[in-house]
Design a protein around this ligand. Structure first.
Ligand code: GDP
Ligand code: MG
Length: 175
């Protein structure tokens, strides 16, 4: 058996957003530095973890993935319970996935603690030639809603580490 790792904090983070925006792949990139071309839509996986050091404290990020329940209002309150942070993901090539971000923010406000730190992620930044959402629109929405914002690519890995770290550091700052 592995010796129990002593961590100072466990931060629960939820990943939300429309189906197929890349939530599961972002998680795989951050927790295992992996992108799976063969992966099917998420079934039943609850969460993945990665332990890292933040300001000399060991923080275990426990990151929850939706189990294909991305339809509006299908994600249960148990999913949000105790979450300190959220990654709200849209796909920069699919306008509708960005238009739905407002609904996801409503969901968060209905279920989550008001101190929850939220990061809006425009994923698939590698597909910039197919861009359907200007970064400025997303930045403006994020500003209005009090969210952090970054574009990223689970495929190339661009900005993934940075975005998760930013979220964890912000959570660290509020706990
Ligand atoms: P989820 O339903 O939000 O969990 O989405 P997935 O992580 O299953 O990804 C949906 C599809 O988008 C899959 O075909 C992935 O290979 C693809 N995908 C995910 N992230 C990226 C990315 O950063 N770039 C590109 N080009 N494709 C991606
Ligand atoms: Mg998924």
């Amino acid at each position: 058996a592995q010796p129990q790792q002593q961590v100072d904090y466990v931060f629960k983070i939820v990943v939300i957003g429309d189906s197929a925006v890349g939530k599961t792949q972002l998680l795989g990139r951050f927790t295992r530095d992996e992108f799976r071309f063969d992966s099917k839509s998420t079934i039943g996986v609850e969460f993945q973890t990665r332990t890292l050091s933040i300001q000399n404290k060991l923080v275990k990020a426990q990151i929850w993935d939706t189990a294909g329940q991305e339809r509006y209002r299908a994600v249960t309150s148990a999913y949000y319970r105790g979450a300190l942070g959220a990654m709200l993901v849209y796909d920069i090539t699919r306008r509708q996935s960005f238009d739905h971000a407002a609904r996801w923010v409503e969901e968060l406000r209905a279920h989550a603690d008001s101190s929850m730190v939220v990061m809006l992620i425009g994923n698939k930044a590698d597909l910039v030639g197919q861009r359907a959402v200007p970064a400025e629109d997303a930045a403006e929405f994020a500003e209005e809603q009090g969210l952090f914002f970054s574009e990223a690519s689970a495929l190339s890995g661009e900005n993934v580490e940075r975005a998760f770290l930013r979220l964890l550091e912000e959570i660290y700052g509020v706990v």
